[in-house]
Ligand binder design. Structure first.
Ligand code: ZN
Length: 172
């Protein structure tokens, strides 16, 4: 194993042991569940989306080291990004784990540690599970879509004009 591969391996093991952004996200407004039956990986991704920006993200779940480390690194990679940026990053990441990224992921930051996954096709699903789940949460919003409409501002604005009597059309 080369030095680089050893470095990549140690980053993955570190994120598996101490996953970042692991836990329940209070006040999330998008969420989705993902499963990879081939390996038994399960992940729940919760987001706080403000306008078009992912302001916070956390995950829970269990699975193999690759799936957990990938979920951990995914959360650190997309926090603060717009939906468009996050989906573009997923496209790059997906190409990387399929061995189809022209640059070998060199400009993908810490995500490059998953470049070796392309040599193990059965692991591609493990590595991309959290990202697919992120995408589902962004596209469909999961179970908490209702909460969004409840919080929508400006709903109490109608009807206030009639109070001061300036609209007396009915009397005319
Ligand atoms: Zn797995």
């Amino acid at each position: 194993m080369s030095d680089l591969q050893e470095l990549y391996q140690s980053v993955i093991l570190d994120h598996n042991r101490k996953p970042r952004n692991f836990g329940v996200l209070e006040g999330s407004n998008r969420a989705a569940d993902g499963k990879n039956p081939l390996c038994g990986d399960e992940v729940h991704v919760a987001l706080q989306v403000d306008g078009d920006v992912i302001t916070d993200v956390k995950f829970t779940g269990h699975g193999c080291a690759i799936s957990k480390a990938s979920a951990s690194l995914m959360t650190t990679a997309v926090k603060g990004k717009t939906r468009e940026e996050a989906e573009a990053l997923f496209a790059r990441f997906h190409a990387l784990v399929l061995g189809q990224d022209a640059g070998g992921g060199k400009d993908l930051g810490p995500l490059v540690v998953f470049s070796g996954v392309s040599r193990f096709p059965v692991r591609v699903k493990c590595a991309s599970l959290a990202w697919h789940t992120l995408k589902a949460a962004l596209e469909h919003g999961g179970l908490t879509v209702e909460r969004l409409s409840v919080q929508e501002p400006g709903a109490s604005g109608d009807g206030s004009e009639t109070r001061d009597g300036t609209r007396g059309d009915r009397d005319a």
